[in-house]
Design a protein around this ligand. Structure first.
Ligand code: PHB
Length: 395
């Protein structure tokens, strides 16, 4: 009772002080504190280069706007999540509980994202997902404080099936890592391919992040499908492309994929990647002033070429800047902050995009082919594609 009375008395005093303007210096001081930004990304393992590209992109977008968020300086906190789902909750808790970040930007791996989702749903911490496509994050487990700047796992492959059938490939084999990203990419492929009249003759898989593809490639050779479709990414994708060619399949059975297959790996994959057709919400070769300006600035700053991950990181930074500016740096003004993030129009190198009701990008999907170490655009596979957001109830 004593404690409660004390609290009541104190809050009454605060109301009084606020109405007389006495609190203003205190609020100003709070806003003068640095914004605590947490990056939870893979910096080791098969997705290490994805983490680096995302961090580069985030920092670049914020630096372009003066390096501050709503007028406040930034303090950065970083965790290497190793793409290890079993450590997801623990790593996210380090940023949220120990470092008390105002925003957690993360991550790449869908399994790890589920750990982050649990922690930020419990704590209410603002979370921006710069890659991981796990459906639940913007479907059944969506939340007012979680925003994704990338895609859902089935978004790119929903644009893939019809293209393959249109090219005359009626029977396909699907191959992937068996975890949420691969399984959900399959959902998009299955729905679009079968709807267009194609038949999936076999689904093949191996555990993440295994790269022992040999036995599966031998099986593909004996199945003789019209085409192969897949989801792989990062270091594993480069090896899959090389092994596919080394097994003698390149040129015989056309290889298609969710576009991550050919992102950030074209130097490592070499000529083995030529001719691979993919669907994705970005292409290096998008012939727009916005994309060209982004690519030149990124290459100058980081001495490497940007890929879709860099773009997604960049858009996470852009989104955060827009939100923080709208609330003048007061990230505790959650209602206004979320409203601004929901209404954001992101002028992305991929093309302008907006947030769906469930907080996932509504975006175009490009059809691309690899030519000479570049993802060339050969068409738009889907216009303003939104994820269904099935089962998402905010609030
Ligand atoms: C995921 O695990 O959600 C994931 C990882 C890498 C990608 C795409 C999706 O390139």
């Amino acid at each position: 009772m004593t404690t409660r009375r004390l609290v009541l008395t104190r809050s009454a005093a605060i109301v009084g002080a606020a109405s007389t303007g006495l609190l203003i210096p205190q609020i100003a001081r709070a806003q003068g504190n640095k914004v605590r930004v947490g990056l939870m990304l893979p910096f080791t393992g098969t997705f290490a280069q994805l983490g680096v590209a995302i961090e580069n992109g985030v920092r670049m977008a914020i630096n372009e706007k003066g390096g501050k968020l709503g007028g406040r300086e930034i303090e950065w906190f970083k965790v290497d999540d190793e793409s290890e789902p079993s450590k997801g909750v623990e790593n996210a808790s380090r940023l949220v509980q120990r470092d008390k970040v105002d925003v957690l930007i993360g991550t790449v791996h869908s399994g790890v994202q589920m750990g982050i989702q649990k922690v930020v749903r419990d704590s209410g911490t603002l979370c921006i997902i710069p890659n991981a496509g796990v459906h639940a994050a913007t479907r059944a487990l969506c939340a007012p404080n979680v925003f994704r700047t990338s895609f859902t796992n089935s978004q790119p492959t929903l644009a893939l099936g019809k293209t393959m059938v249109d090219k005359g490939h009626k029977k396909a084999v699907w191959i992937t890592w068996k975890y949420a990203a691969g399984d959900e990419a399959f959902e998009g492929f299955r729905d679009s391919y079968t709807k267009a009249g194609g038949t999936i003759v076999k689904e093949l898989g191996l555990p993440f992040p295994n790269v022992e593809f040999q036995a599966l490639l031998t099986e593909i050779a004996s199945l003789k499908p019209d085409a192969v479709a897949c989801f792989f990414a990062g270091g594993g994708a480069a090896k899959f492309i090389r092994d596919y060619a080394a097994a003698g399949l390149k040129g015989k059975i056309p290889l298609y994929g969710s576009g991550f297959l050919t992102e950030g790996v074209l130097d490592a994959a070499g000529p083995a990647a030529d001719g691979i057709i993919t669907t994705m919400h970005y292409s290096d070769a998008l012939d727009t002033p916005r994309n060209k300006q982004f690519r030149t600035a990124y290459a100058t700053q980081f001495k490497m070429q940007p890929d879709v991950y860099a773009v997604q990181g960049y858009d996470s930074g852009q989104l955060l800047v827009q939100g923080a500016t709208a609330v003048k740096g007061d990230l505790n003004n959650k209602q206004a902050l979320y409203k601004a993030l929901e209404a954001a129009v992101i002028d992305s190198p991929r093309g302008k995009w907006t947030m769906s009701k469930s907080h996932n990008p509504v975006q175009d999907m490009y059809l691309r082919v690899v030519e000479n170490k570049e993802n060339k655009v050969i068409g738009v596979a889907a216009k303003a594609l939104a994820d269904s957001g099935a089962g998402c109830k905010m609030g």
